[in-house]
Write a protein that binds this ligand. Structure first.
Ligand code: FE2
Length: 464
């Protein structure tokens, strides 16, 4: 009797799996047990280093390498609903958040680790936020994570998405939305069009349907369905207007600035205008946040000559101020990344027609895993001088587009730890906490390292 050879079962591959019509976020089985998170030890491959001889060339290129980007889908005034991101159960989940009376979410930038040493730094942040999704009460459970750019170093290559994004966030139990940073958009010369970094970013965050992508490897998280690299997320109690601040190392820009940056479209001016007009016409009562990767303000010392390595973007801010002034709406807070540390400023704005001055937090949270850096470096003849919390730093806001009766204030900073923002909004107050990542995932929730809270109706601080 002839022996029957056993049929060889083909190895499962992503290409044979039917596309899922519903989004998938975390892996189906939590991978931790006890006190430690078990990770795929082969999951991280550091990107190829930029060769030292190429560094100077790159520095020149990133000073001039602004990029074009497509119109976001839909009309400028359209909203991308959190319920859409959540999939078929979205309406039900949004109703639960509304019934709870507040929403909680995470935000952080500059997550990508470029070497094995920093991988643990990125994981420490990712694990802390992941743990908060797993163990907290429903009304305290973060609904989503909002990444503030620079996800993938060095320049947004497809092969680095797995190690720097999908693997560290494999168990984050919720949607992860993102605006691209300069490292997610700068085009290395010679890159084929199909492999340009924004193309890869859009495949993973701006897909038409929540489908699996090759960048996710064997993991199950599906692509996000944002309408574009700039979009307005509408969630219970909060609306986040996210703008793409382009590919330069510095400064950030949201338009061609009157033709100064050739090839950069002006889509976002119409978008920002339409979004603020919608806030006004709807008499929207929730928190309005503005998010860009590049920060309007980032500390440098006024007189000592020492400075941090990421600058301010005053022209970008002046343009945003101008749109806000024209429409008559100013955001409750501004979130950014880019500088690899935490910085919190308060800008007092005398907004036309408002019954009182506005206190507007401007927050950088760029210590999500990529190489935390100091606020001040020494230069020859000038020792590094770090600021003192509470310092008046009006020189960082030299050309405001709205009246600022009080000089800009640097409230607090952290340039030695990795951390993230935990934001909560109810019907009356927007609260933003900065949390150091720490270590371990089973410790009690950390006491925030910094807190600021804004009354939504008056735009005045009630904490911080
Ligand atoms: Fe950046």
């Amino acid at each position: 009797m002839p022996t029957q050879k056993p049929r060889k079962r083909p190895a499962p591959t992503r290409s044979t799996r039917a596309p899922s019509p519903r989004p998938v976020f975390e892996e189906p089985t939590p991978l931790w047990g006890g006190r430690t998170l078990r990770r795929d030890p082969t999951g991280y491959n550091p990107p190829a280093d930029v060769r030292p001889e190429d560094v100077a060339e790159f520095q020149q290129l990133v000073a001039a390498g602004a990029v074009s980007f497509p119109l976001s889908r839909g009309n400028p005034g359209d909203l991308y609903e959190l319920a859409t991101a959540l999939g078929p159960s979205g309406d039900q989940q949004v109703a639960l958040i509304e019934n709870a009376g507040r929403i909680v979410f995470h935000a952080v930038g500059d997550i990508g680790a470029t070497n094995t040493g920093h991988y643990q730094d990125e994981v420490s942040v990712a694990d802390r936020m992941t743990a908060e999704c797993q163990v907290t009460k429903m009304q305290d459970r973060p609904a989503f994570l909002y990444l503030l750019g620079d996800l993938i170093y060095d320049f947004g290559q497809a092969q680095d998405y797995y190690g720097q994004f999908y693997e560290p966030y494999r168990n984050y139990a919720g949607p992860i939305l993102a605006i691209p940073g300069n490292h997610d958009s700068f085009i290395v010369p010679g890159t084929p069009v199909a492999a340009e970094p924004l193309t890869t970013f859009m495949r993973n965050f701006c897909a038409l349907t929540p489908q699996a992508t090759p960048e996710a490897g064997s993991l199950h998280r599906t692509a996000m369905t944002q309408p574009g690299v700039y979009f307005s997320l509408d969630a219970p109690y909060v609306r986040i207007i996210g703008l793409f601040s382009n590919a330069l190392e510095d400064p950030g820009l949201i338009s061609s600035q009157g033709g100064r940056w050739g090839g950069v479209p002006d889509h976002q001016l119409a978008f920002l205008t339409a979004q603020l007009q919608r806030v006004k016409s709807e008499k929207y009562a929730g928190a309005v946040l503005l998010a860009t990767h590049h920060p309007p303000f980032s500390f440098f010392a006024e007189s000592s000559g020492s400075s941090g390595s990421h600058g301010c973007s005053p022209d970008m801010l002046a343009q945003i101020d101008q749109v806000c002034r024209q429409v008559g709406v100013y955001p409750h807070a501004f979130l950014a990344g880019h500088a690899h540390n935490y910085q919190r400023y308060t800008r007092t704005v005398r907004f036309p027609g408002a019954p009182n001055d506005y206190d507007v937090p401007f927050i950088i949270c760029g210590d999500g895993g990529h190489n935390v850096i100091s606020l001040a470096y020494s230069t020859p003849g000038h020792p590094a001088r770090e600021p003192v919390n509470g310092s008046s730093v009006g020189y960082l806001d030299p050309n405001p587009g709205v009246p600022t009766p009080v000089p800009l204030l640097l409230n607090s900073f952290d340039d030695t730890d990795y951390g993230y923002l935990r934001v909560s909004v109810d019907r009356e107050v927007l609260t933003i906490t900065y949390n150091r990542a720490g270590t371990g995932i089973t410790t009690p929730p950390l006491v925030p390292a910094d807190v600021v809270a804004v009354n939504l109706a008056s735009h005045t601080l009630v904490a911080g």
